[in-house]
Design a protein around this ligand. Structure first.
Ligand code: NAD
Length: 291
């Protein structure tokens, strides 16, 4: 029987630490601020944005949700980002993805000041992560690292397999595991002998987006199994990628869905916004000192 990793608890611990730091900053007159931009009417995106604003309130941050209609042009969106880049009360800017098809996501993400890019999706912050200098770590993979840490299992020297190679989960996930000296394999839709590769993993992270994708034969006895997937089964119930009932008896540790990786993503966003506020306050102090 696996130990179930309690993502809600680990996320609550991260948020409690962030809230404590925010209290300390408040004494110095600093309130971290996060702006979230949402374009269009995607119901899932609306829920995510609402939860992000709620988390800001919980940890004592200022938050601003900018809601724009589906027909918003790229130029309009870039102008909003430009004005948020210049505002001293906004430390973090997040553009909720996906954007409508007529808007170039890369251009929009690239327009966010790297100092305010709390999702860590901009080429600058991706590059920083690659060379091991990441200040902001991408929220979902960073959350997974916290969950692995909570198990007490050392990543160093372990066989780590990541299924999925997206820019927001799979690739940065592999990079963070590598930085902790894991021996990392990235699997994807073209991988041959996927089950065999996965079955050698001490740490298996699935970020595919398909229910019941990871079955017991793909899992090594005692492995740490992290399920990033958010899917809905035939009954419309939320589920991950892992066939939980059959994998759980075999794994050493496993995350549930919901209640595993999901809560961590927002907790790590709060952590990044806190970091941004501290950095921005330091750079403002430096500037005013020079005057
Ligand atoms: P994506 O669609 O961009 O990437 C999916 C990846 O799965 C691809 O790299 C693809 O190569 C791989 N894949 C597809 N079919 C495969 C197969 N048959 N064998 C092996 N690999 C295969 O998705 P994403 O944005 O990386 O998200 C992945 C999942 O994680 C989704 O369910 C998403 O909803 C979820 N997600 C959860 C959180 C969270 O906070 N918990 C955050 C982001 C994404």
């Amino acid at each position: 029987m696996a130990i179930i990793i309690d993502g809600k608890q680990v996320a609550a611990d991260v948020k409690a630490r962030v809230a404590k730091e925010a209290e300390r900053l408040a004494e110095l007159g600093i309130t971290p601020g996060l702006a979230v931009i949402i374009v269009g009417d995607d119901p899932a995106s609306k829920i995510y944005v609402r939860n992000k604003a709620k988390a800001c309130e919980e940890v004592g941050f200022y938050s601003e949700v900018i809601t724009k209609p589906e027909k918003t042009t790229q130029r309009e969106l870039l102008e909003i980002i430009d004005s948020l880049n210049k505002r001293a009360d906004i430390d973090g800017i997040l553009v909720q993805l996906p954007l409508p098809k007529h808007i170039n996501e890369k251009a929009v993400i690239g327009a966010i000041s790297p100092k305010k890019d709390v999702d860590a999706f901009s080429p600058f912050n991706v590059g920083k992560l690659m060379i091991g200098d990441g200040v902001f770590l991408p929220c979902t993979p960073a959350g997974v690292m916290e969950l692995i840490k909570s198990t007490g299992v050392e990543v160093s020297g372990k066989n780590c397999v990541v299924i999925g190679r997206s820019n927001i989960v799979g690739k940065p996930m592999a990079m963070l595991l590598l930085q902790q000296s894991g021996t990392v394999t990235i699997c994807h839709s073209k991988t041959e002998n996927l089950a065999e590769v996965c079955s050698k993993a001490d740490i298996l992270v699935s970020a595919v987006g398909r229910p019941n994708f990871v079955t017991a034969d793909m899992v090594k006895e005692g492995a740490v199994v992290i399920d990033v997937g958010i899917n809905h089964n035939e009954e419309g119930k939320m589920c991950g990628d892992v066939e939980f009932d059959e994998v759980e008896p075999k794994a050493g540790f496993i995350t549930p869905v919901p209640g595993g990786v999901g809560p961590m993503t927002i907790a790590m966003l709060m952590d990044n916004t806190l970091k941004a506020a501290i950095l921005n306050a330091k750079s403002a102090a430096k500037k005013s000192g020079k005057k």
